[in-house]
Design a protein around this ligand. Structure first.
Ligand SMILES: Cc1cc2nc3c(=O)[nH]c(=O)nc-3n(C[C@H](O)[C@H](O)[C@H](O)COP(=O)(O)OP(=O)(O)OC[C@H]3O[C@@H](n4cnc5c(N)ncnc54)[C@H](O)[C@@H]3O)c2cc1C
Length: 406
């Protein structure tokens, strides 16, 4: 099978993994990995955790040192793609240069959803997705500083916990009636709400920021939809992301809530795939289309495409899993818990070690674990094999989970 040169647009988790996996599978043609961030390709999760806290340095973020790319003959090209000429199989870079491809992979990820209210463009209104953003926040947070976090999703809460641990005064503003409402069960939300409150973080639910107040150049506070005002020196916005679909759309490829790909992660063009946060993929495992934002999704997508390009095509069948570190607590999730109709608890919430087993029509569909890594690892093995256990077994800590794995 001759593929020709592979061009990968985006050197995040998906793009990097794809380049590495191609070489691991023995791919011997040119690999061009386009990187628009001004750093060696790096991992994002520590940006709201250890790196933000200051307990790890920039070198620990990099996937591999520079030498890896030359050793592996991966052309790491600094620059940004601005258009795709599908007929000529060329990518145009902002520099004016062209890259020829036999196969093109869009690994363009996602970008922060921006706040659209007055004063949102002030310098002390910040976001957290890139190394540069994390670096500037890390330098900025100081004891006694007043921070408003808009959005109680994973990144907002991870940031809030780290800022609080560094001595900042933190208010979290969330429109939904509970934290992480779109992603986790009410039991897990309640636990994290109480843990963050105990750490001194003030969480305001069911309200939104209607305006940001300033002294002309710096943030001084924010007004909430219930009429209250909160003073602040810094606002950090974590209200979700938008997939980077524009290159694909402008090249005439179908896009919806992401770049549309089939179960092989191929776009409507047989010479173009899309992977990671930007890809809306057809999932035989779950039925329908999914766009997920996780390291597991990005790296497993990349491995699937690398296998296909080296002659081992299989539909993508990855099992979603995810983690979030918030203060001293580790949340781990496996499966897809949307549409569950029953939740069974295992373990001891008072001890801070428990799991929520989620069922849909009697079938286990996902497990959310707090400080119970064993339950999470069990779930990864069981659900990957499409297995289940009864709700009674899940609730009974005397039941040996391993006995359900054959
Ligand atoms: C602060 C933070 C914490 C996180 N924590 C976790 C966690 O604990 N667990 C977890 O599973 N996930 C976590 N995530 C999510 C995870 O990092 C993402 O799902 C993952 O990075 C997706 O990888 P990706 O390669 O698809 O996209 P990205 O990592 O977004 O990489 C895409 C790259 O493409 C580049 N790009 C875009 N357009 C172009 C262009 N036209 N030309 C050239 N380059 C382009 C972008 O600049 C970027 O470098 C976290 C994310 C953030 C921001």
């Amino acid at each position: 099978m001759t593929v020709g040169p592979v061009v990968i647009i985006g050197a995040g988790h998906a793009g990097f993994q794809l380049a590495m996996s191609l070489r691991q599978h023995g791919f011997s043609e040119r690999i061009a990995l386009l990187n628009d961030e001004g750093h060696l390709p790096y991992q994002r999760p520590p940006l709201s955790k250890a790196y933000l806290k200051g307990t790890s340095g920039p070198d620990s973020l990099m996937f591999r040192p520079e030498k890896f790319y030359s050793d592996q003959k991966i052309d790491l090209i600094a620059g940004r793609a601005v258009s795709i000429d599908r007929a000529a199989r060329k990518v145009l870079l902002a520099s004016g240069a062209f890259l020829d491809y036999g196969h093109l992979v869009l690994a363009t990820g996602a970008r922060n959803r921006l706040l659209d209210i007055p004063n949102a463009n002030l310098d002390s209104v910040r976001y957290l997705r890139t190394l540069d953003e994390s670096q500037s926040l890390r330098d900025y947070i100081a004891p006694g500083q007043r921070v408003i976090v808009i959005g109680a999703g994973f990144i907002g809460l991870e940031f809030a916990a780290t800022a609080r641990a560094k001595g900042a005064e933190v208010d979290v503003i969330e429109l939904a009636p509970r934290v992480m409402a779109r992603a986790v069960t009410a039991e897990i939300s309640e636990y994290f709400q109480s843990r963050h409150a105990a750490a001194g973080i003030r969480i305001h639910l069911g309200v939104q920021v209607t305006s940001i107040e300033s002294d002309g150049s710096n943030v001084t506070g924010a007004s909430l939809s219930d009429g209250r005002h909160i003073k602040a020196d810094l606002i950090v916005v974590g209200v979700g992301v938008l997939p980077n679909v524009e290159l694909a759309a402008e090249a005439g490829l179908p896009v919806a809530a992401g770049i549309v790909v089939d179960e092989h992660l191929l776009t409507a063009d047989p010479n173009i795939s899309a992977v990671g946060d930007c890809a809306l993929y057809a999932s035989p495992r779950f039925g329908g289309s999914l766009r997920l934002e996780s390291v597991q999704n990005a790296t497993d997508h990349a491995r699937c495409v690398a296998a296909r390009l080296t002659g081992d095509a299989k539909p993508y069948d990855g099992l979603p899993w995810f983690w979030s570190d918030q203060g001293p607590d580790k949340l781990q999730m496996v499966g897809l818990t949307t549409g569950y109709d029953r939740v069974v608890m295992r373990g001891d919430r008072a001890q801070g070690a428990f799991s929520a087993f989620c069922y849909k029509s009697g079938q286990l569909v996902g497990i959310e674990s707090v400080n119970r890594a064993g339950d999470h690892m069990f779930g990864r093995r069981l659900l990957a094999a499409n297995g289940s256990i009864t709700p009674e077994q899940a609730a009974d800590t005397g039941f040996d989970l391993k006995s359900a794995l054959t």
